[in-house]
Design a protein around this ligand. Sequence first.
Ligand SMILES: [Zn+2]
Length: 77
Amino acid sequence: MERKTFQLGDIVLMKKNHPCGSNEMEIIRMGMDIRIKCVGCKHSVLIPRAKFEKNMRKVLRSAAESEEGNSGGAQEI
Ligand SMILES: [Zn+2]
């Protein structure tokens, strides 16, 4: 079974919709528990890591990937 990878700042797609209708969450704190913020209503919730991994479908936007997107045009100093 493939292990889900995620990191701080990632936008993830959850299996269940938030009451506000959005199912996209941003990871804002990592630890024993994960704090995620709803992209739709900005509400944040703290959930155990195991539960988060179970409820998460996939990473939509990785924080690391968006940094790489900035690499166009090297700057000379
Ligand atoms: Zn919400």
